[in-house]
Structures are given as C-alpha cells and as structure tokens.
Design a protein around this ligand. Structure first.
Ligand code: GTP
Ligand code: MG
Length: 370
C-alpha cells in the first residue's frame, strides 16, 4: 500500500496542511506535516474533506501500460527490431551504413538521411527491418537497467582480422542476459589472410557455437565497405524473425520505449521512440517517462512527416513537456487528466527514489565516519 506525507495529501486536496493535521487529530492520529500516513488513514481524511478517493498505485499505472491482453486475431506480424553490437572498430557503423543503403524506400526518397538512433529499412520482398544504433554498450545497459526490452535480436559484428575482443565478449553477455538470439556477422572478409576458423574457435570459447561447428548460431561473412553478402545478412535476420513469430496489435493506443532524446534549440524536447504496440498518431496525447504532451509532429528517420506510426517503427516526436530518458516507456492516453495523473505519479516515484538514494548515500557516509 502507498504511503503519503500529510503535506502531500493536503496539496493533493488543495487543503491547508494545518486543516489536515487537525482532521487527523480528531481521528486520534497525531501527525506533523512531514510525517507519513498510510493509505487507509489518508482515505479517511480524504472522505472527511468530502472528496472521493481515487488511488493511483504503481500497478494501476503499469496495468494502464500493459493494458488488456491482445487476442490472437488482433495480433499482426511486425518487423524485427535488431541491435548491432561488437568491439570498437570492428565495423558496426560501416555495416549499418551499408545496410541502410539497401533501403528500397530510402532510395526512392532520394536517400537524404538524418541521424536518429534507430531506423527502419525496407528490404526486397516488401519486408522491413528496424535497426537500433545504440551508441556503445552503455546505452544498452542503461535501457536494460530500466527494464526496457526493445531488441528482438543482436547482430554481433566480429572483424575477421581481429577476432573476439573484450567488447565482443561483453556483447555476447548482453545478448544472453537479454535472452535474445544472436547472429554473428564476421566482417572485413575482404581483407587478405583472414582466418575464419580462428574466429569460430574464439566464439566457441564463449559458448557461441556457429552452424558450421554444429551449433545453431547463424554466421554470415560480410564486408561492410565492399558491400559483400549484405543480402545474406538480411536474409538471416528475416529467417530469425520468422522463427520468433513477431507480432503486435496495431489497432490500439500506442505504447513503446524512448530510444534517445534531446533538447533541440528550435524544436524543443525531441524524443526518438520505438512503437511496440498500437499505432501512434500525430495529435495523440502521450506520456513519456514523467513528461507528457500532444504529439505536435512526428518524423521518420528520413525526416519525413508521419501521420501515424505502427509497431516496430521508430519515430521522432515533438511536443513533449520535457526530455524523457532513454529506456523509459511511453504510452498514448485518452485525455489530459489521465496524462497528468500518470506523469505526476511518475514524478513522485522519481522523487521518492532520489530521496531514498540520497538517504542511502548519507547512511554510507555516516558509516564511514563512525
Ligand atoms: P566504433 O563505433 O568506434 O566502435 O567502430 P565501428 O565498429 O563502428 O567501426 P567502423 O564502422 O567505424 O569501422 C572501423 C574501421 O574499419 C573503418 O576504418 C572502416 O573503414 C573499416 N571497415 C569497416 N568495415 C570494413 C570492411 O568490411 N572491410 C574493411 N577492409 N574495412 C572495414
Ligand atoms: Mg561506430
């Protein structure tokens, strides 16, 4: 059950703190403004003041996010969301750039692209793949720490001439912890004298057994700079996606995760979000982290204005009250009251956490002085 300070309760009823203290006193509860009372006591006070109680607990809010369960008929196939990881200089960015050039839709649009943290590529056969370009593993860790699960699979880039390196191992651990399948992209195979067997053996030491060694991890040999075997890599991604049977209900209020965000001088708070359920529409009211607002404009990774965004599509949204953090969830809500309620709840939770952390820090300091 939720607890609340007397002052906070007074604020929420727009009552004077002293009046609440008096009401408590009449009920036989001695409490000062800064003291915490339990939810039941608070409810009695609220009734005393002639208000109706509407408790917003964490589970209420989270239920709002999780919402109703979608039925099988409502679930439709969605594109896979793929994160590319690997050691420094093994060619992650080059590979993403190369894959992006295979985008059929992008080519039609003239190929003028802007950098956002995630983008969707349309590949042959009408299939789509969403790539997330996490700036280093720290962002991935931060997102996971917030409980955000955005990726369906990991592409592990290993440079053939360098083999398995510390950050390769880190990426393997990330994929395992996130419990998502991993596809190995052995890159730079255009370089002379590369030893593929050595790479496979090194991967084996970290329990990644590629198909050629009898395991079930797909291994694709590519060259990002020479654009070799990119089609094979995309094929492997689509094959893996098929196995995962990825689905979402597009016909509901949108939900998803903030991938990155910034405060833009001209445009105000800008958040790149990944829609994971439902369809996000321009004009929707959304709560993202503890921020909220109406989606004033929505842009895809090619800078095109979007009217709506369906599952697995990453978009930049404008119109939020502030800048949410990466890894926080967003949800479209029906009205401003609900938006404020969720936003205030999250702000309160954030303050509580900060206060708890500060308290813990003080405790440690006190321990050290003792
Ligand atoms: P960080 O972002 O710093 O971790 O590096 P990265 O993994 O993104 O590597 P990046 O794409 O920046 O490539 C590093 C270097 O490797 C660059 O000089 C690329 O030109 C080169 N490179 C990438 N892919 C290939 C390839 O397939 N063949 C060859 N020969 N060079 C490549
Ligand atoms: Mg890079």
């Amino acid at each position: 059950p939720e607890a609340i300070t007397v002052q906070e309760l007074a604020n929420r009823m727009a009552a004077r703190g002293g009046e609440v203290v008096k009401a408590l006193f009449r009920m036989g509860v001695m409490a000062t403004l800064t003291q915490t009372i339990d939810a039941d006591t608070a409810e009695l006070v609220v009734n005393e003041f002639g208000h109706r109680v509407r408790r917003v607990s964490e589970s209420d809010v989270e239920q709002g996010l999780e919402g109703t369960v979608d039925t099988d008929e409502e679930l439709l196939p969605r594109p896979p969301v793929v994160t590319i990881m690997g050691h420094v200089d093994h060619g992650k960015t080059s590979l993403l750039d190369a894959l992006r050039k295979t985008d059929m839709a992008g080519r039609e649009a003239g190929g003028i692209t802007q950098h956002i943290g995630a983008y969707q590529v349309q590949v042959a056969g009408g299939h789509k793949v969403t790539f997330i370009d996490t700036p280093g593993h720290a962002a991935f860790t931060a997102m996971r720490a917030r409980g955000a699960s955005v990726t369906d699979m990991v592409i592990l880039v290993v440079a053939a001439d360098d083999g398995v390196m510390p950050q390769t191992v880190e990426a393997i651990h990330h994929a395992k912890a996130a419990n998502v399948p991993l596809i190995v992209a052995v890159n730079k195979i255009d370089k002379p004298g590369v030893n593929l067997d050595r790479v496979r053996q090194e991967l084996l030491q970290h329990e990644i057994v590629v198909e050629s060694l009898g395991g079930d991890t797909m291994e694709i040999q590519v060259s990002a700079t020479k654009a070799m075997n990119l089609d094979k890599l995309l094929e492997a991604i689509l094959l893996q996606a098929e196995v995962l049977d990825l689905k979402a209900n597009p016909n509901r209020a949108a939900e998803g995760t903030v991938i990155e965000s910034k405060l833009d001088k001209g445009r105000g708070p800008v958040a790149t979000v990944l829609v994971q359920r439902g369809t996000l529409k321009q004009g929707d009211l959304v709560v993202a982290g503890a921020e909220w607002g109406r989606v004033r404009a929505m842009l895809d990774d090619k800078g095109r204005q979007m009217k709506d965004a369906d599952p697995s599509l990453p978009v930049e949204i404008l119109g939020l009250s502030g800048v949410p953090s990466a890894g926080e969830t967003f949800v479209a809500v029906e009205n401003e009251g609900r938006a404020r309620e969720i936003s205030e709840f999250r702000q309160r939770r954030l303050r509580d956490k900060q206060a708890a952390a500060a308290g813990a820090a003080r405790g440690t300091l006190a321990d050290m002085m003792a």
